[in-house]
Design a protein around this ligand. Structure first.
Ligand code: GLN
Ligand code: ZN
Length: 766
């Protein structure tokens, strides 16, 4: 007889289907509500989500997957690892200290935030030193377990594992992170004992670091951590997700835990190896429903994986999502306006629970054939729908030739032509695209979307703002002005709304960080561009200045990265389709006389795979997609690109291979650390390392920016250096932007003056 298979979940989105948590948090922060009101909303959300999971038929429902801000921050609080500047004297971490770490306090800047593996979710980076004290300083995991118990649910508490926690931490003093492990483990043990005491059977410990590259020290840390934690009186389910365990499989198999969870959506091919490696007595949890995307699961494929696991192992199995459902929206049923065909292809978190339950039941001999038939039908309609498959797009993709990704002339020849046309000074000044999106502009757009303002009056008001911005940039002497992007709400949404193959939702919010949520577009079908997208506003802007207005586009990799992408073809292929659509726009801009076109690839870096071995492949297709957007223009047309984040040193060759004539890159926060990359690598084209940190309300001084430029000139030539801020200015106010850009232009002029003087000196014959 085969044993009974259990259904499981690894985590549920906590924000609420109507972003109730967001609202409760922001009300509390602004003083509009009390802490008690916030706690009540949180408890109501937890209860609701537990019952949703119970009702769906999930056997192992998680607890402690809720968070007021972030689960890594929860772990920091649990361990009492509060950085000194927050003045915490030990003991339970109060709510306001917790929020202080996330958001900063008058006396202490916020802790750093960065992306959780390859997701768009941001976590708070633990800041540790050799003598960070660790002590059990929060009872959240225990409280939530008890809270659920009180409601009649026996849950499985979720913790972030000690090895992943240390691996993603920042060691402030540069000491060895693994030296902290022996002091961390007693805290975990104490908590596990308390959970056991309260009646917890299983505890889920997440160690996603197991799908990444781990050196010997990290592997050793895993071994010593679980040798200790397996002494706890609970059953540990060690969860891996976001990819294949691969070369860490031996280490994983050697850990004395009761169960292991693996991701079979990203890495179905690891099933056989995992089944053979993990000792028979352990429970194996199969992640077969995608926790990272919004498409219905191909249930029969998932069934086959479960069957295969059963064939290879006699022992206990569980069926669940690939990872926590945190990364998908809450409930498809809240999409009222979405058409039924598109809707029939989708599953959000709530629907994914049904899939998990149906698969588990089927594996236990109770296959709901109606449910499986409906699934097959939906998948069939998706596979053949004319809305998805556009023969024209497919034919066009087929016809792409390598030369389409090549500029017609090499950079040296291009830049000479561009220079003779544009006649820009040395160290030309520009900005990244957006100018402050004031309250007024946001209200105007909201009113327009609601239908309260008509097209003509919307256009007129946006034009007024644009004209004002153009005149002001002229006045302060910006060499390459931008139109300000006032007509755009978001750099991806603006294009998605105008491209075929994209759909938008009403409420498909996912948490980005804290109370901040994003609503990524869905790329469901072949992508094409019915008509020009940016010509109108670029043309309007050009009317108000004699300087060359820079056309502004979002690149294919960034559009891909910030959307839910179709899963029925490789991402690289979808990316190429977008690239061709953007290429059309580039060529239309050129035809309309736009001499400088910027194609933003803000997200190129964050698209890097978790495993270094896969970087090459990703960079190859990502860079090619960018080159395809730009490859069609004449040598005289100047192509710019822009990237956020300063860690480029390890991919600088790929950035150079994009062959943009000019690139702007974020650097000012790291005081031009980026420039280290150019010591060993001669970046061939023009480049503008940001001199103004737009993430802070602080106005940088002229002297500061001059200083950064002088620093840049140590590794870059004056002929290749541009002067610009770090990123778009839309989140800033004019009160800061005006003095900052004026000072930036002045800094450029001052350095230009010094360069000219040096030049003159050199040309005086001795
Ligand atoms: N052009 C965009 C802007 O200025 C770029 C934003 C970004 O890099 N995130 O807003
Ligand atoms: Zn940017």
């Amino acid at each position: 007889m085969t044993s009974h298979i259990l259904s499981t979940n690894l985590g549920f989105p906590r924000i609420g289907s109507h972003r109730e948590l967001k609202k409760a948090l922001e009300n509390y922060w602004s003083g509009a509500s009390t802490a008690q009101e916030l706690l009540n909303t949180a408890a109501a959300l937890r209860a609701r989500h537990w019952f949703v999971q119970q009702k769906a038929g999930i056997d192992h429902v998680p607890s402690n997957d809720f968070s007021f801000y972030d689960q890594v921050l929860d772990t920091i609080a649990m361990l009492g690892a509060v950085p000194e500047r927050f003045g915490h004297k030990g003991g339970a971490v109060p709510l306001d200290v917790y929020f202080g770490m996330a958001r900063g306090t008058p006396g202490a800047p916020a802790m750093e935030m960065t992306k959780w593996f390859d997701t768009n979710y941001h976590y708070i980076v633990p800041e540790l030193t050799a003598d960070t004290p660790f002590a059990l300083s929060g009872s959240k995991a225990l409280d939530e377990f008890n809270e659920a118990k009180f409601l009649g649910l026996h849950t499985r508490p979720v913790l972030i594992g000690p090895v992943t926690f240390l691996k993603i931490a920042k060691m402030r003093d540069g000491t060895d992170r693994w030296a902290l492990l022996p002091r961390l483990l007693p805290v975990y043990l104490k908590l596990l004992a308390a959970l056991a005491q309260a009646g917890a059977g299983w505890v889920q410990i997440d160690e996603p670091c197991l799908v990444g590259d781990l050196d010997d020290a990290a592997q050793a840390a895993l071994r010593s951590a679980y040798a200790v934690l397996s002494q706890a009186p609970v059953k540990i389910l060690l969860a891996t997700y976001f990819g294949a365990v691969d070369d860490n499989l031996d280490t994983l198999a050697g850990l004395q835990v009761a169960g292991v969870h693996v991701d079979l959506v990203r890495a179905p091919e690891q099933l056989d190896a995992v089944c053979r490696a993990i000792p028979g007595g352990r429970t194996l949890s199969l992640g077969v429903v995608n926790g990272r995307n919004i498409w219905k699961t191909a249930l029969t494929d998932a069934e086959r994986l479960i069957e295969r696991a059963r064939e290879l192992r006699g022992g206990a199995l569980m069926v669940g999502p690939s990872c926590s459902l945190l990364h998908v929206p809450v409930d498809l049923d809240t999409e009222i306006a979405m058409d039924t065909e598109l809707k029939s292809w989708l599953a959000f978190a709530t629907q994914k629970l049904d899939e998990v339950a149906a698969l588990t039941k089927a594996a236990n001999g109770m296959r709901d054939s109606r449910y499986f038939n409906a699934n097959a039908q939906a998948l069939g309609s998706r596979a053949t729908s004319a809305r998805i498959h556009d023969p024209v797009v497919k034919a066009r993709l087929e016809a792409v030739t390598p030369d389409m990704a090549e500029r017609a002339a090499p950079f040296k020849a291009r830049i000479a032509l561009q220079q003779s046309l544009l006649k820009l000074p040395l160290l030309p000044t520009t900005s990244i695209g957006s100018l402050p999106q004031t309250q007024e502009i946001r209200e105007l757009r909201a009113a327009f979307k609601k239908g309260a303002v008509d097209q003509a009056s919307y256009d007129r008001q946006i034009e007024e703002k644009t004209a004002e911005a153009m005149r002001w940039q002229d006045e302060i002497g910006i060499d390459v002005p931008v139109h300000g992007e006032y007509e755009r709400n978001d750099m991806v949404e603006y294009f998605g709304e105008q491209l075929r193959g994209f759909a938008f939702t009403e409420r498909a919010w996912v948490q980005s960080y804290g109370s901040r949520c994003v609503k990524p577009p869905l790329i469901f079908g072949d992508v094409s561009r019915p008509k020009p997208m940016t010509l109108y506003w670029t043309g309007i802007a050009q009317r108000y200045t004699k300087k060359p207005v820079k056309g502004m586009l979002t690149g294919p990799v960034t559009i891909l990265q910030w959307s839910f992408v179709r899963d029925d073809q490789p991402r690289s292929e979808t990316c190429r389709q977008i690239a061709l659509a953007i290429r059309d726009e580039v060529l239309d801009l050129e035809k309309a006389g736009v001499a400088i076109i910027q194609i933003d690839e803000a997200a190129l870096r964050e698209g890097l795979p978790i495993r270094k071995a896969q970087w090459r492949h990703y960079l190859d297709w990502a860079v090619e997609a960018f080159r395809l957007t730009a490859g069609g223009v004449a040598p005289a047309t100047q192509i710019h690109t822009h990237m956020c984040y300063s860690e480029f040193n390890d991919i600088i060759a790929a950035v150079a291979a994009m062959d943009a004539d000019v690139i702007s890159i974020e650097t000012s926060r790291s005081a031009m650390e980026l420039l280290d990359a150019f010591v060993g690598f001669a970046y061939p084209n023009d480049i503008g390392p940001g001199v103004y940190d737009i993430h802070s309300p602080r106005v940088p001084s002229q002297a500061e920016m001059e200083d950064l430029l002088e620093k840049a000139l140590k590794v870059l030539s004056p002929q290749q250096l541009w002067v610009n801020p770090d990123c778009g200015l839309k989140t800033r106010g004019w009160a800061e932007v005006k003095p900052a850009l004026i000072a930036m232009v002045a800094a450029a002029k001052a350095v230009r003056g010094r360069l000219a003087a040096q030049q003159a000196e050199r040309s005086i014959p001795a």
